[in-house]
Design a protein around this ligand. Structure first.
Ligand SMILES: [Zn+2]
Length: 203
């Protein structure tokens, strides 16, 4: 049976590169893949999945209220689809995660979701919460903090280069995200004593 996968990580861990490579592997073997990316912060109908190392591929966009099961089922009727890839899966609605599960369960197509686990405040995104709850297979894409420990958290740096401790879950603009280990994240967020502080704010 096909499975629903959630590959989660913090920012800049290379999730998108892994997604594009995996899709390429299918296509190289003559198989068909469908790619989705969040359309919440994009215009038009066609999205582009771009990785930091320069790979990019066109993708369909998903937005709130879209029925992903219906879209895949319709496509699958005339062209056999071998795998579904979803980038920025943290922005999925809970219902859309269930639709993706249904694609695996009823259409027998594997669904590979890639996304962030938590936002800069350390809270789960809606899509990530649902995926962590019901995905068959959870895989962590690892990256490291500048101290060398595994990075599991992210801080947002505003235009002034300082760590944001409040604000909307997603900022559209020139904000920069930096992945940190949990210890350094707590120090940067002002939640823990800075015993081991190597932060942005001390200068
Ligand atoms: Zn660290």
């Amino acid at each position: 049976m096909a499975k629903l996968y959630f590959h989660y990580a913090t920012m800049n861990a290379g999730k998108t590169t892994i997604l594009l490579q995996a899709s390429y592997n299918y296509r190289e073997r003559g198989m068909t893949t469908m790619l989705f990316v969040a359309g919440h912060y994009r215009k038009g109908d066609t999205g582009l999945i771009s990785s930091r190392i320069g790979l990019e591929t066109e993708a369909e966009m998903f937005r709130d209220g879209d029925d992903l099961y219906a879209r895949v089922a319709e496509h699958h009727e005339h062209t056999t689809v071998h795998c579904i890839f979803v980038d920025e899966a943290q922005f999925l609605e809970e219902e859309q995660v269930w639709q993706l599960a249904r694609i695996a369960d009823r259409l027998n197509i594997p669904v590979m979701c890639y996304g962030l686990r938590t936002d800069f405040k350390g809270n789960l995104f809606s899509g990530s919460r649902a995926l962590l709850a019901i995905a068959d297979d959870l895989r962590e894409v690892r990256t490291i903090c500048r101290c060398g420990r595994k990075a599991t958290m992210v801080v947002r740096l505003g235009p002034d280069g300082k760590v944001a401790r409040q604000g909307e879950q997603v900022a559209i603009g020139k904000d920069v995200y930096v992945s940190l280990c949990r210890r350094h994240w707590e120090e940067e967020m002002g939640r823990a004593e800075p015993d081991d502080f190597i932060g942005f704010t001390r200068g």
